[in-house]
Design a protein around this ligand. Structure first.
Ligand code: JHZ
Length: 408
């Protein structure tokens, strides 16, 4: 269903600026037996709300369809993410002096990849994640996890049970919530008086500036800036107090520190001022994005067509959600890219949504030695290219699709 109002501010002044067509759900990988059947498809369009400064998609797909029925994303398959998460946990234990009488709650705790670091240090945790397979995997490794959607109801229930969180962590989930106000109100209710919320999410400024349009898909309702976070928190009596930047994580990720009291660091104030100076709170900043996205599609198709006409064999690496957006928007079917490899064993044996490349184990790259590999998971470029040193030593080449298609 198409929304008519900003999900955050309720304003009707929603200004569309990018149309990626009608695409299947990016994580709805297809069983090979079902490829002949029609897949559900939904419009994928982006809009900006001047009141909330929030970029968002205009289509609402029910959350069950996105995160319960089709969800095979397990955080633990990236070494880089595991290291990043460990640093985050150890940093919080030290700076917040967490111990056996503290409580850390993670929203969208996935397979326990982050909370396990607190468990190892003897800090009590609670994971919350609606995806049943991921929640079960977390419980199995000793990370107590409830397989539920988080919101004000659940927060109130936890408070009634006597819980208040010293730390609430919400990594790569603040884009994924259909009702952002209910989710924010839940965090406000659950947070202890002197507690801290840390939220990580890819930065909309990097998305626009580096043309990372493939990170747009139906799971990602929102594309955040410091300004949009600041306005969202203030609406709920919370405050943005600090900002950290991780340029190599998911194409550029920000971590926002939020509390009940307003005590902004110089860094937080600088980010807000820089965004205002650059115009991130104005529609004009987003207006010309569509033409740049269209050029990536054109150039990538031209490159792949040229390679195929020279008889080159092309595969892809990473059955990522962003890969599904790229392949579907650019119309890259099996005639241009034959198959995709991915080390997530839950994805192997299935096919990419819409374009239907089979997903295979990465060892086939050495068995079949394709001439080129389109790097769909370009956010893990160093990690993946490093792992594939042998493929490269034998003459294999990677194609990085964004910001402009490039052979490396
Ligand atoms: P990856 C994810 O998006 C999921 P996606 C989520 N929707 C989100 O918000 C963003 O991140 C920020 C594989 N892989 O993580 C694993 C290897 O095979 O970029 C994944 O299937 N070998 C919550 O889905 C895929 O690549 C490797 O060495 O776009 C990467 O997907 C590595 C490092 C990864 O996610």
């Amino acid at each position: 269903m198409r929304i008519t109002k900003c999900r955050a501010s309720g304003s009707e002044d929603l200004r569309p600026f990018l149309d990626l067509g009608v695409t299947p759900l990016a994580d709805a990988l297809v069983d090979p037996a079902d490829v002949a059947a029609a897949e559900a498809r939904f419009p994928l369009e982006l809009a900006f709300c001047p009141e909330s400064a929030l970029v968002q998609i205009t289509e609402d797909v029910p959350a069950d369809q996105l995160f319960v029925d089709n969800y095979l994303y397990f955080s633990s398959f990236s070494d880089h993410l595991l290291e990043h998460s460990r640093d985050h946990a150890l940093g919080l234990i030290k700076s917040r002096r967490l111990g056996s009488d503290s409580l850390v709650v993670e929203l969208a705790s996935n397979d326990g990849y982050l909370l396990k670091n607190f468990v190892e240090a003897g800090v009590p945790v609670l994971g919350i994640d609606p995806a049943p397979g991921q929640a079960a995997a977390a419980n199995e490794i000793g990370v107590p996890t409830r397989a539920e959607f988080f919101g004000l109801d659940m927060a109130s229930q936890l408070v009634a049970e006597g819980h208040r969180a010293d730390v609430i962590i919400a990594n790569n989930v603040f884009a994924h919530i259909p009702d952002i106000n209910d989710f924010t109100a839940g965090m406000k209710a659950l947070l202890a008086d002197d507690g801290v919320i840390t939220i990580e999410n890819p930065y909309v400024r990097d998305l626009i500036d580096h043309c990372e349009f493939d990170t747009i898909y139906h799971e990602h309702f929102y594309y955040h800036s410091c300004t949009s976070i600041d306005r969202q928190m203030r609406r709920h009596g919370l405050h943005l107090n600090d900002v950290e930047y991780f340029p190599d994580l998911h194409g550029g990720t920000l971590r926002w520190h939020i509390g009940h009291r307003h005590d902004p660091s110089k860094t937080a104030l600088r980010y807000l001022a820089n965004e205002q100076a650059a115009g991130l709170d104005q529609f004009e900043y987003y207006e010309r994005f569509a033409a740049r996205v269209e050029k990536v599609r054109h150039d990538l198709r031209e490159l792949l067509n040229d390679l195929r006409s020279q008889g080159c064999r092309v595969a892809a690496y990473g059955a990522a959600a962003k890969g599904a957006t790229l392949l579907n928007y650019a119309g890259i079917t099996t005639d241009l890219v034959e198959y995709v490899v991915d080390r997530n064993i839950h994805k192997q044996g299935l096919c990419m949504p819409g374009t239907h490349q089979p997903i295979l184990d990465p060892t086939v790259l050495l068995e079949r030695q394709p001439d080129y590999v389109l790097l769909l998971a370009w956010n893990f470029r160093n990690e993946i290219v490093g792992q594939q040193a042998e493929y490269v030593a034998r003459g294999g080449r990677f194609i990085v699709p964004v910001p402009t298609p490039e052979v490396i």
